[in-house]
Design a protein around this ligand. Sequence first.
Ligand code: UDP
Ligand code: UDP
Length: 474
Amino acid sequence: MSPAAMPSSGHQGSSAPHLVFVPSAGMGHLLPFTRFITAIADMGVDISVVTALPTVSEAEAEHFAGLFAAFPAIRRIDFNLLPFDASAFADTEPFFLRWESLRRSAHLLGPLIASAAPRASAIITDVTLASEVIPVAKNELKLPCHVLFTSGATVLAFLAYFPVYLDGANADHLVGDVDVPGVRHLPLDYCPRVLRNPDGLFTKQFIVNGREIAKADGMLINTFDALEPEALTALRGGKVVPGFPPVFAVGPLKSTPTAARSDKADSPIAWLGEQPARSVVYVAFGNCNAAALKQIREISAGLEASGCRFLWVVKTTILDREDTAELRDVLGDGFLGRVQGRGLVTKEWVDQEAVLKHPAVGLFLSHAGWGSVTEAAAYGVPMLAWPTLGDHKIIATVIRSGGFGAWMEHWSWQEEEEEGSVVSGAEIGEKVKEVMGDEAVSASAAKMREEATKAVAPGGSSYRSMHEFLAMLS
Ligand code: UDP
Ligand code: UDP
């Protein structure tokens, strides 16, 4: 169906497909969902969003409230989680526990979604819940089920291939290098570290979800063909896993009006407005990376030594945006005074997309979370990747192969375990200066921006993918 032929905005008629979204926890998972939901809100679909209660963090509660306030036609389906005793999972990351709690309540979704009116036409869920939600959708509700993947196609290829790799690897299920067919060879060190524990909760979830996604009706990804050509071609051609579901690359998706907290975003954006074009390094390591104090001090020394202007979002605690430490204590005496005028440091939530869109920004020193990479690619901002954990190193391979940034492979965040591996301020400063001045990297970043713009414009690859997906629902 052409976009012009689709029913118009806010259409509630019986012919509109009714999509029920079942998102997971963590802002890195929620944001891609709201981006996708708001992208299609005007495209002739009815939308319901399952919201798990109690909400896991204030950031998520606010985020949901913002979504429903901005889009009153979107329905909310409350999903009361069963009590979950996490005592058997000592030392497990809080978000993995939350995913487990959602997974263990997933059977309640059957009756909940069955009673939705109008009748649901399809379910769209998160990969962390896939192995629980897909059977509920398909066996119980007899509905198609799609997975909205919250990282890139290269990570998806790794996830989909990982169970196949394990089956053929060794009886102990020990992880080594993984050669993802048609995509790339991933040395052990690039693979999420948590997978090295075969008995860990995350590993178990990762494997069952990896197997089950092959049964999904479609995979939606916030990426575009020019950003991940190898992975998309391999997934679509059945090279990674034969008979893999259709893959819809629909990005880069724009941030949602609800995500832009303009009150708090004002000051960094206003400050950027006073800086020369391409002069500022934006430094941010995502929502879940609380850097150690020692490393934070080295970053401050590096930014000071680089001589560049900078905007730095500092986080010292892991839960989304609930940070109580005082910046002055974290950064050490005198730093803020010495960099006054050329550096802005904040621990508040910033509207990152508005930052990356700003002409004053010339480099993004980033942990290489997928949200950050797609935003930098969309706005043509060169990246200096300093992957922290999880899938970040696999994502850094996308930056490297796309040529729009540098990846410091030996920069680690493992300072607690490996004494002496804190990255020095001198090295950070040097590298920042070098990548800021790298013409080839800026040219590739500008090219990536052009490709991103083309992809979502009428007739572009992501535009077509989105409309193919919507047409499939009717
Ligand atoms: N983000 C933001 N402001 C902040 C911190 C994060 O807008 O102060 C957004 C950012 O734009 C991105 C997402 O949060 O869309 C973070 O996702 P990413 O995948 O980069 O990292 P994660 O936090 O999941 O590790
Ligand atoms: N993931 C997955 N299956 C799961 C759980 C997570 O594919 O059962 C994905 C997750 O979305 C991410 C990647 O695996 O893209 C690595 O997870 P990570 O530890 O980075 O967690 P996240 O950044 O998503 O919180």
